[in-house]
Design a protein around this ligand. Structure first.
Ligand SMILES: Nc1ncnc2c1ncn2[C@@H]1O[C@H](COP(=O)(O)OP(=O)(O)OP(=O)(O)O)[C@@H](O)[C@H]1O
Ligand SMILES: [Mg+2]
Length: 497
């Protein structure tokens, strides 16, 4: 087995944070090397060093036998190291093909871009991915999952020797994940070395050759995947035994209906949906990707237009034509795409937490009271265990999972009683997942009602009181947790009943 790339004792600090402290990683030709660690463990930071975005403070990177230090991402790419970033990195107003070939567009007659050839080449690459995406579509007009496939296509277009994938499946459908895995396997067979980062511990079973684990910026271990059990992996990641996946249930659903949705329909996307949500209840919403769960949630929240229907909060009819209406009615929505809807990435943690409820930290004349703002932020950073050197940290500098916690803090602060959590644990590590479950349980115990959209059936079964299954835009079933099984849910989700 030839070593392609090795990381030898690399360290990297940011102001107030030691992101990497003397870490090691060895990538061989033709292997899928999975890198695991909790949120903030330093995974993405190392990948950004390997791909020239950041420079290491100390330590060495040896690539194909020679020490290297890439100064820019382009330099790394040209040397054969491709990366798919955790945050999508596409230009929204350019086409799919333009994004794939950005910076290396084929030219004709020396100076004009050969658009026809570019589109043809794009089709070729997308075909390898089995992705049904038009090369001429604007990236902003295609679904997040498709955008992620475009990222993969872009990385493939460089014929890289090393391909880094930082949570590539976080927005993909099951079918798309399968296609991606096929591509990964065929690249591996061609000798490409792949570094694969994911929080979905179940999925790596299919592709992992070796596993390296980091914890809090430090190197823990490297093993053949076959030599590890899932329990052992989790233990090494979090540094302690995790006996239970779900916290003991403290909340008890009451009879009080806090939300009633009557015949609400997302124009053109879903059929009429009716259901109730009780105080103290967690209503799990299951379904396959594309079943219309997010669309329905967004219609309820006023983020997408409704084609009729009524919404009642605490028994009173409310008009929700915009997210602002929803917020005022006491409905909070934690979006699955937190980058686009939940967070102001260039603002501080404090601004993000208080922005939906500035009144609470301002004088009557609208002046923000810094000490209140800070107090609130400190409280949430502590209670949600947000890993950050300070509450003034700009949100984009937080690790992916910690950004998720900031969005949750924002809605908690807003005292929303009806909370819609759309894939709340996506991209969140096992330890933080448990913390989010505890939090949801606690919120419900204190009288909130939670709608939890999730694609992970164990999570649906572990947390819900009732389960609503959606299939092809309609509510296919609503069932009590007693007697619910994975099989039953899948049956409804597939539209078989
Ligand atoms: N540009 C930056 N400025 C300041 N701090 C940063 C920056 N980038 C990362 N950090 C910090 O470095 C630490 C490691 O972050 P990193 O993004 O590498 O974690 P990660 O393992 O990828 O986590 P996740 O699984 O949540 O994506 C975190 O504490 C993060 O807040
Ligand atoms: Mg990361």
């Amino acid at each position: 087995m030839t070593t392609l790339l090795s990381v030898e004792g690399v360290s990297k600090a940011f102001p107030g944070v030691k992101a990497l402290d003397n870490v090691y990683l060895e990538l061989r030709k033709g292997e899928v090397h999975v890198l695991l660690g909790e949120n903030g463990a330093g995974k993405s930071t190392l990948m950004k060093i390997l791909s020239g975005v950041y420079q290491a403070d100390s330590g060495a990177i040896v690539y194909k036998g020679k020490p290297v230090q890439f100064k820019t991402a382009t330099e790394a790419l040209r040397a054969g190291i491709g990366i798919i970033y955790q945050e999508l990195n596409l230009v929204p107003h350019l086409t799919v093909a333009q994004n794939i070939f950005i910076g290396k567009e084929p030219v004709k007659m020396g100076f004009t871009i050969d658009a026809a050839r570019m589109n043809r080449d794009a089709v070729e690459i997308l075909k390898r991915l089995n992705a049904d995406i038009k090369p001429t579509a604007l990236v902003k007009n295609i679904a997040v999952s498709k955008q992620q496939m475009v990222e993969v296509a872009k990385a493939l277009s460089y014929n890289s020797d090393v391909l880094i994938m930082d949570e590539p499946t976080s927005a993909l459908t099951e079918a798309e994940i399968e296609e991606l895995f096929k591509v990964i396997k065929s690249l591996r067979a061609q000798g490409v070395g792949i570094i694969y980062i994911s929080h979905r511990l179940e999925e790596i079973r299919e592709i992992a050759d070796r596993v390296t684990i980091f914890r809090d910026g430090q190197y823990v271990s490297t093993d053949d995947y076959g030599d590890l059990t899932l329990d052992e992996i989790v233990k090494r990641m979090v540094g302690r035994e995790m006996a239970h996946k779900f916290p003991p249930k403290k909340h008890i659903p009451t009879d009080e209906v806090i939300l009633e949705v009557r015949d609400v329909q997302r124009r053109g996307e879903t059929e009429k949906a009716s259901f109730t949500l009780h105080a103290g209840e967690i209503l799990g919403v299951a379904g396959l990707m594309g079943a219309g769960r997010t669309e329905l949630a967004r219609a309820i929240f006023g983020a997408d237009p409704k084609a009729g229907g009524e919404i009642f909060v605490n028994g009173a009819r409310v008009t929700v034509d915009s997210p602002l209406d929803a917020i005022q009615a006491g409905i909070g929505y934690l979006s699955e795409d937190r980058k686009a809807y939940g967070l102001a990435l260039n603002m501080r943690i404090t601004d993000n937490i208080t922005m939906a409820y500035l009144d609470e930290v301002s004088t009557r004349s609208g002046r923000i009271l810094k000490h209140l703002e800070k107090g609130v932020s400190r409280r949430f950073v502590k209670s949600l265990d947000i890993k950050t050197p300070s509450i003034s940290q700009v949100v984009k500098n937080l690790s992916g999972g910690n950004q998720q916690k900031v969005v949750i803090a924002k809605w908690l602060f807003r005292n929303a009683r009806v909370l819609i959590f759309d894939e709340p644990t996506r991209g969140v590590d096992v330890g933080a997942k448990y913390a989010i479950y505890e939090l949801m349980d606690g919120l419900a115990a204190s009288g909130a009602g939670i709608i939890m959209i999730s694609s992970e059936l164990p999570e649906i079964l572990g947390m819900s009181d009732r389960i609503m299954v959606m299939s092809q835009g309609r509510v296919a079933a609503i069932m009590n947790i007693e007697g619910a099984t994975q099989e039953k849910i899948l049956h409804h989700a597939a539209g078989l009943l």
